[in-house]
Design a protein around this ligand. Structure first.
Ligand SMILES: Cc1cc2nc3c(=O)[nH]c(=O)nc-3n(C[C@H](O)[C@H](O)[C@H](O)COP(=O)(O)OP(=O)(O)OC[C@H]3O[C@@H](n4cnc5c(N)ncnc54)[C@H](O)[C@@H]3O)c2cc1C
Length: 370
């Protein structure tokens, strides 16, 4: 097959879509392929009863970078959604992130000084100097009450292992805020695309040829000949036939339910922090866009073990997996006609604003412009 395109882009998630958009803008002919039946990767939304249902988990856009904020808003306007999750522990409700509202709900303390004193005395009692595992790390940062009601069982559900057996590095910081502020993010800009994330994907991929239900690995030889360059956003280990080993992930299962009522839980995100509830959170999608539809769609999120064939959600960046990734990275860096990017090719958890930033950087480096 003769080269018909300048760039073959494997994967239509945010990384692939931004790269395709920018390359097209620079006069290059691009073909995007995706093995899924839709474009957009993990930010894809399914429309049910006029509600945009986040098919691969709740996605809230946030950034401090005005350029990235303006970039996404040039494709679709974003609304003023502010993430303010609520935690349910055995029927008691708490505001997140940990702030003065949470401390009042836990201890009836009303002033920052009282809250600081409470947390400090709990931390001091434990006398943990060098945390040996996640449990000790969390206890040494926020004390017993917050840890036991809001962190321990939730984290154990997420990782499927006792907190004592999890490495301390999983929790680096646990922000505590001594103001009555339930805004989960500290970033300057935050919101959801008006009309849903598919509008962002459609904007990025406008007038670009895309073929869905196409797995690069099924006809790899043919795809390799179709374009001068390949931009690969799939699994890097699979790209190299898993020769150094398989990179591991944590997976999730989503149970979507259409409910014949207008408002099920009054908030987009409710975390279930007790072990007795098998899921970690319930998402009510309409609240991301202030929906007024007569029905509602809720999604229960269940963490799961990952096995080959399941969706790869969170990379397990422990020593073993990072070492394997490094070996692949050496090969990837030596490629001259293949560019790698995105969460699967870089084996790294990225938020959306970070993946857009990294795609724009890749474009600048590759095209040697500013
Ligand atoms: C549960 C969850 C919640 C999240 N919530 C947030 C949030 O609230 N805020 C935030 O900023 N970020 C969030 N993120 C992160 C966000 O999803 C990512 O930053 C973003 O989706 C990464 O884009 P990507 O292009 O790297 O990967 P993806 O979106 O995964 O795109 C990769 C694409 O490549 C395709 N592909 C892979 N292999 C092949 C192949 N062999 N052939 C053809 N196509 C292939 C896939 O089908 C996929 O469409 C969340 C992530 C998860 C897992």
């Amino acid at each position: 097959m003769k080269q018909q395109y300048d760039y073959l882009i494997v994967g239509s998630g945010l990384f692939g879509a931004v790269f395709a958009h920018e390359a097209t803008k620079r006069g290059k002919k691009c073909l995007v392929i995706d093995k899924r039946k839709h474009a957009g990767g993990n930010v894809y939304c399914n429309e049910i009863e006029g509600i945009n249902v986040h098919a691969y988990g709740a996605h809230i856009f946030h950034t401090n970078d005005v350029e990235i904020w303006n970039y996404v808003n040039s494709f679709v306007e974003f609304n003023r959604y502010t993430n303010a999750p609520v935690a349910d522990y055995k029927g008691e409700l708490f505001n997140l992130p940990f702030n003065m509202n949470t401390f009042y709900q836990l201890w009836k303390v009303k002033t920052p000084a009282e809250a600081k004193e409470k947390i400090k005395s709990q931390i001091d009692q434990l006398k943990i100097s060098e945390p040996a595992n996640l449990e000790e790390q969390a206890l040494s940062l926020v004390g017993k009450d917050i840890y036991e009601k809001l962190i321990k069982e939730y984290t154990e559900k997420q990782w499927g292992r006792p907190a004592k057996e999890l490495p301390a590095f999983i929790i680096k910081r646990l922000p505590v805020r001594f103001t009555y502020d339930n805004n989960y993010f500290n970033d300057r800009y935050q919101g959801i695309p008006i009309g849903g994330y598919n509008k962002l994907t459609e904007g990025l991929l406008q007038d670009i040829e895309i073929r869905l239900n196409v797995d690069y690995f099924e006809k790899r030889d043919e795809w390799d000949e179709i374009a001068e360059y390949t931009v690969f956003t799939g699994h890097i280990d699979k790209f190299y036939n898993n020769r150094f080993g398989t990179l591991e992930y944590r997976s999730l299962r989503f149970e979507h339910e259409l409910k014949d009522e207008e408002n099920f839980q009054g908030n987009a995100v409710v975390n279930y922090t007790a072990a007795e509830v098998p899921y970690t959170r319930i998402i009510e999608h309409k609240h991301f866009e202030f929906g007024t539809q007569p029905k509602t769609v809720v999604t229960r999120e269940y963490p799961e073990e990952w096995t080959l064939g399941k969706e790869s959600y969170y990379p397990i960046n422990d020593h073993k997996n990072n070492r394997i990734y490094k070996e692949y990275k050496v090969l990837a860096d030596a490629e001259t006609k293949v560019l790698f990017g995105g969460r699967l090719a870089e084996y790294k958890y990225y938020d959306m604003h970070q993946i857009i930033g990294s795609a724009l950087k890749k474009v600048r480096d590759h095209f040697k412009d500013q």
